[in-house]
Design a protein around this ligand. Structure first.
Ligand SMILES: [Zn+2]
Length: 431
């Protein structure tokens, strides 16, 4: 059995997280903490507390493995060491906000107006296209927001673009938060001429410990989830600090961290399938939303396939995830609204080694409607979907790594990458 914890990080200094390169000399922090960055920050803190240098005969350590002697670490980390590879992190988002479903539309003029979810519309359209004989009397255009208007003003709706929608159960539910950034320009001096070198001027947009929530500045907090074996106590002492992200040597990335058991009502709310039932009246289907990113696969460019082939491949992916309740054998994905991204991350525990092939991620907010073709499996579908919400979805892929500085593309070592992603039932624009 496993147990859910929440991790809350309160920045105490500006931060630079997995900086995005905007142009050759411009970097900008992300506005959330990817799971891999968070896990690396914890691993670094454990390794630093372990001590040991080549001089005293202990080999340098780069990653936490069960071979570390817990007695040599600071007491707060002792519980973490043995099960470290089984402790899975999610991304940590501002105020614990999940990514909004990719079908959520907002007012073009005033994003504080209540958003509308377009899923039911699109699902009806998709079904109509799949079965042209049953075309409903009016089918709206499939374009996002086309023909749909805000309920609070006459403006059009558009796709969700930026910012984080605060979850219910917290303060100010529904308000939109934007992480605040400041730009620093840095120069590199030419040691001979004592002037700055033209091509060595770069700017860095760091995050500051403050977010704009609605129109007011509030202290920024990141929240994510940790999935750990049942018998492990992850509690850290009060006031504990972790350093997260890049450029830590310059004082960036100090964050106060708390780890506490997840309040049970949070996940209960995620497992409510009532909205879908009410709108669709079809007991053979359910809709699920990824709260954070999930690793979909590894390899070159995704082959262009038909929509039907893609949906069949998604269904196979879901069927082959480990789950407390096995997926129904007649499971299909009857609609999906997905956003992808490919990345070349560092291989966990291998400093300076990047994956040779791109890893493909489904971004948080990606949405799936699952159906069963066998009516006898309707009950199993609901049980499986509930188990997915309870446990999240885990994805492991084998990767080949090569040194990041090397031009030679031949793999130097192999490893594996894992994501573990919280999942929730779709709700009609609610949180
Ligand atoms: Zn409006």
């Amino acid at each position: 059995m496993n147990r859910w914890w929440k991790i809350r990080l309160t920045p105490r200094s500006p931060f630079l997280i997995a900086a995005k390169r905007i142009t050759a000399n411009d970097y900008e922090t992300l506005d959330y903490i990817p799971a891999r960055v968070l896990k690396a920050a914890v691993a670094r803190a454990i390794i630093e507390s372990y001590g040991g240098t080549p001089e005293d005969g202990t080999p340098p350590r780069y990653w936490v493995d069960p071979g570390l002697d817990p007695a040599r670490c600071r007491p707060e980390w002792r519980e973490w060491i043995k099960p470290f590879s089984e402790i899975l992190f999610s991304d940590a988002m501002p105020y614990g906000a999940g990514r909004p479903p990719s079908t959520l539309l907002v007012c073009k003029v005033d994003p504080s107006h209540s958003p509308q979810d377009d899923l039911i519309n699109r699902y009806a359209l998709r079904k109509a296209v799949a079965a042209p004989g049953q075309l409903p009397p009016t089918v709206e255009s499939g374009d996002a927001g086309e023909g749909r208007r805000c309920k609070e003003c006459p403006q059009r709706l558009e796709r969700w673009k930026s910012g984080w929608r605060l979850p219910s159960g917290g303060r100010q539910p529904g308000k939109v938060a934007h992480v605040q950034k400041r730009v620093f320009t840095r120069v590199e001096l030419d040691v001979w001429r004592h002037t700055h070198r033209d091509e060595h001027l770069f700017s860095v947009a760091v995050g500051i410990p403050e977010a704009l929530v609605g129109n007011t500045a509030e202290p920024l907090v990141f929240e994510g989830w940790i999935h750990a074996p049942e018998d492990v106590d992850l509690t850290l002492p009060p006031g504990f600090e972790l350093r997260v992200g890049a450029n830590l040597g310059t004082g960036l990335g100090r964050m106060e961290v708390e780890v506490f058991p997840e309040p049970p009502e949070d996940r209960k709310r995620w497992a409510e399938f009532g909205d879908w039932k009410k709108e669709v009246h079809d007991p053979s289907s359910v809709a699920l939303v990824l709260v954070t990113d999930a690793l979909y696969g590894v390899g070159g460019k995704r082959p262009v396939a038909s929509l039907e082939e893609n949906l069949a491949e998604y269904a196979r992916w879901w069927q082959s995830r480990p789950s407390a309740i096995p997926a129904p054998s007649s499971l299909t994905v009857s609609y999906a609204s997905i956003q992808y991204e490919s990345r070349y991350p560092f291989v966990a525990g291998q400093p300076g080694i990047r994956t040779v092939d791109p890893l493909w991620y489904w971004l948080g907010g990606s949405l799936f409607v699952f159906s069963v073709t066998d009516p006898a499996e309707e009950e199993v579908l609901l049980q499986w979907a509930t188990a997915v919400v309870k446990c999240g979805v885990r994805s492991d892929v084998s990767v080949q790594g090569a040194p990041a500085w090397s031009q030679d593309e031949s793999p130097a070592l192999s490893g594996s990458e894992t994501t573990w992603t919280p999942v929730r039932a779709w709700s009609a624009g609610k949180l």
